[in-house]
Design a protein around this ligand. Structure first.
Ligand code: 9MR
Length: 358
C-alpha cells in the first residue's frame, strides 16, 4: 500500500519534473540561439527573395546541400542546366531532365525560380556553333529555342535571364554568334519572343561589371532604356556581382545605379553574388571579415531600394563554387564553409535582414 502510494507520488513528481525540463529545453534554445533564425525566415518577413544558384551535381548527391538550400533560401537559379548546350543538345532534341529536377525541388519547397539563361554566347552546343547559318535560319533557331524552353516551364519560372552578357567593353554589343548572325536587334527579338511564350514571367537583362557606375553600367543603362523606348517587354536588370575583397564595388554607386534603373520602371535583382578572397591581404580571418562587409553592403543597398527585389548568391557553400576552377587556386567566396558552417558573411546577411525595412 505504502509502496503503491509512494510509487504514485514518485511518478507524479517525475512527470512534473519531466514536464518542467521539457518546457525549459524547448524555450531555452529560442532565447540562447538566435542562429535558429534563417535567412529565408527573415527574407519572408520582408517579402523579399533570397536565393542561391544550384549545382545539379550537389543537389543529386549531397543531402546536407539539399537541407541547407531549402532551409535558408526562398529562390533558386539553376547554375548551368538551363543553358543552351545542356537543355538543347541537338537541333531537334531538348533534354529537360536535370532542369526539371531543380524545378521539382524548388516547387516542393515553395521556392521561386530564376531561369538562367536563354541567350548567351557561352555554353552553346557544337551543332549550333559549327554550322554557317543564314540570318533567317539563326532567327528561327533562337525563336524556337526560347519558345520551347519558356513554354516547357510556363507558370513555373518567376523571372528569366533572357539575354546574358550582351554588352561589350565599349558602348556596343559584344560580337557573338547572335549579334553577328542576326544583327543587334537579336536582343529585342529575344525579349519579344520570351514575352509571347510566357506573358507572366518577368524578363531580365543580366550582366557583370556593370553593378556600380562607369562605362559598362552606362552602356547597360542605355541598352535597356532604348529597349523600353521601343516598347520591348523587359522588366528588370540583373546585376551579377562577382566580386573580390580587393575590388569591392562602392555601395553608393550601386545604390545610384539601382535608383536610375528604377526610374526607368525596372526592377533589379542581384543575381550571382560571390566574393573572392584569394587576392586580398591579411590573415584568413581578416579576409573573411572583409568578405562579410562586401556582402553586407550590397544586401543593405538592395534592401534600401524599393525596386531591388531579389538577392541571389552564385552557390552558397564553398564546397561547390566555380571560382577555384576558373581562377586556378583555392578560394572561399560564399557564405557557408565547406562543412556548411555559416561564415561571417552569413551572419552579416542575417544582421542586415533583421534590421531592414524593405
Ligand atoms: O558557374 C558557372 C560555371 O559552372 C560554368 O562552367 C560557366 C559556363 O557555363 O558558367 C558559370 O556561370 C556563369 C553564369 O552562367 C553567367 N555569369 C558568369 C557566371 C560565372 O562564369
Amino acid at each position: 500500500m505504502i509502496f503503491k502510494g509512494l510509487n504514485k507520488y514518485l511518478s507524479f513528481s517525475a512527470l512534473i519534473i519531466l514536464g518542467l525540463t521539457a518546457t525549459l529545453l524547448i524555450s531555452l534554445p529560442a532565447i540562447s540561439q538566435p542562429a535558429n533564425i534563417t535567412l529565408r525566415d527573415l527574407a519572408q518577413e520582408q517579402n523579399f527573395h533570397i536565393g542561391a544558384a544550384v549545382s545539379i551535381k550537389a543537389l543529386r548527391n549531397d543531402p546536407t546541400y539539399r537541407e541547407v538550400l531549402a532551409r535558408e533560401f526562398n529562390m533558386v537559379t539553376p547554375e548551368n542546366v538551363m543553358k543552351f548546350k545542356p537543355i538543347h543538345p541537338e537541333r531537334d532534341r531538348y533534354d529537360f531532365t536535370a532542369a526539371n529536377e531543380i524545378v521539382t525541388f524548388a516547387k516542393a519547397h515553395q521556392m521561386q525560380i530564376r531561369g538562367h539563361t536563354l541567350v548567351w554566347h557561352r555554353s552553346l552546343p557544337d551543332w549550333l556553333t559549327e554550322t554557317e547559318w543564314t540570318r533567317e535560319e539563326l532567327m528561327e533557331i533562337l525563336r524556337r529555342h526560347i519558345f520551347t524552353v519558356i513554354s516547357h516551364y510556363r507558370g513555373d519560372i518567376y523571372a528569366w535571364d533572357v539575354v546574358n552578357e550582351a554588352v561589350g567593353c565599349k558602348d556596343s554589343l559584344r560580337k557573338t554568334i547572335w549579334q553577328q548572325g542576326i544583327g543587334s536587334d537579336y536582343v529585342e527579338l529575344a525579349f519579344r519572343w520570351a514575352h509571347e511564350a510566357d506573358p507572366q514571367a518577368l524578363l531580365f537583362y543580366n550582366d557583370y561589371d556593370g553593378e556600380g557606375l562607369g562605362e559598362k553600367s552606362d552602356a547597360i543603362y542605355s541598352l535597356v532604356k532604348d529597349l523600353l523606348a521601343k516598347d520591348v517587354p523587359i522588366h528588370g536588370v540583373g546585376l551579377q556581382m562577382h566580386k573580390s575583397i580587393k575590388n569591392p564595388p562602392k555601395p553608393e554607386d550601386v545604390a545610384t545605379n539601382i535608383k536610375r534603373l528604377g526610374e526607368l520602371g525596372l526592377e533589379v535583382h542581384i543575381t550571382e553574388m560571390d566574393v573572392q578572397i584569394h587576392n586580398g591581404t591579411g590573415t584568413q580571418e581578416e579576409r573573411l571579415v572583409k568578405q562579410a562587409k562586401v556582402y553586407q553592403d550590397i544586401l543593405g543597398v538592395c534592401l534600401k531600394a524599393p525596386n531591388c527585389t531579389a538577392f541571389v548568391t552564385w552557390g552558397f557553400t564553398d564546397k561547390f563554387t566555380w571560382i577555384p576552377r576558373a581562377f586556378g587556386q583555392p578560394d572561399f567566396p560564399l557564405i557557408f564553409d565547406k562543412s556548411y558552417r555559416p561564415k561571417p558573411a552569413y551572419q552579416a546577411l542575417v544582421e542586415v535582414l533583421s534590421t531592414a525595412n524593405h
